[in-house]
Design a protein around this ligand. Structure first.
Ligand code: GRF
Length: 212
């Protein structure tokens, strides 16, 4: 049984998609053992509580320095002892010590088709504002492993979403969440729990097997 920790910062719609997928058997052989938020007011913590999943806040405001926050976050994660850490709208630069402590065990959902519109400064609505400003016809979402840099780890799954005439950043964000993020993040967790994701250098290979 894969022990899954989900890290959040905001509304938690990706967390909700994960919780619903576990309940519906679309994520097999995995248990959501905890939720960590850097934001005490994150509705994601309410979603965790409603699902009976332990949720805690580890906020930079509770630490004198960023280094102490990083150490506190890693200590809490070590206590939970996850097999997989899922960054689901987690707006914190993952400490290098955390990446080193959990190699190939941290994944992230990003609301674009990496390598487009990603990296420092590309998060939330900003991603969609830039995509629309560039005039792309297709955007989407990416699930990837987390390495020491931002949005640069091996890609696991991607799903494309067409931009529609008149799309606002908010409308595009919502459609990408509904049609892509909330589909491929649970799917990636299920694939990992089934042992079907193999990291090969800068890429991954999905082994054949029965989908949920
Ligand atoms: C979403 O746009 C997601 O792509 C990004 O964070 C935003 C909020 O996600 N990673 P959530 O509703 O908190 O899951």
């Amino acid at each position: 049984m894969l022990r899954v920790l989900v890290c959040v910062s905001g509304g938690g719609t990706n967390l909700q998609a994960i919780l619903d997928a576990v309940a519906a058997g679309k994520i097999r052989d995995a248990e959501i053992v905890g939720v960590i938020s850097n934001n005490a007011d994150a509705y994601a913590l309410t979603r965790a509580a409603n699902a009976g999943v332990p949720g805690i806040c580890v906020s930079p405001k509770d630490f004198a320095t960023r280094t102490e926050f990083n150490e506190g976050l890693l200590a809490k994660i070590d206590e939970i002892a996850p097999d997989l850490i899922v960054l689901a709208g987690f707006l914190v630069q993952v400490p290098e010590a955390m990446v080193r402590a959990y190699p190939g065990m941290i994944i992230n959902i990003h609301p674009s088709l990496i390598p487009s519109f990603c990296g420092v400064g590309y998060y939330g609505l900003k991603v969609h504002e830039q995509a629309l400003a560039r005039g792309v016809k297709v955007s989407g979402a990416t699930v990837h492993f987390v390495d020491e840099d931002m949005d640069t780890g091996p890609i696991i799954l991607q799903k494309a979403v067409y931009v529609q005439d008149g799309d606002t950043p908010k409308a595009l964000q919502q459609r990408i969440m509904e049609e892509a993020e909330w589909q491929i993040l649970p799917q990636a967790i299920d694939l990992i729990a089934q042992g079907r994701v193999v990291i090969e250098g800068r890429t991954t290979r999905i082994l054949p097997g029965a989908d949920a």
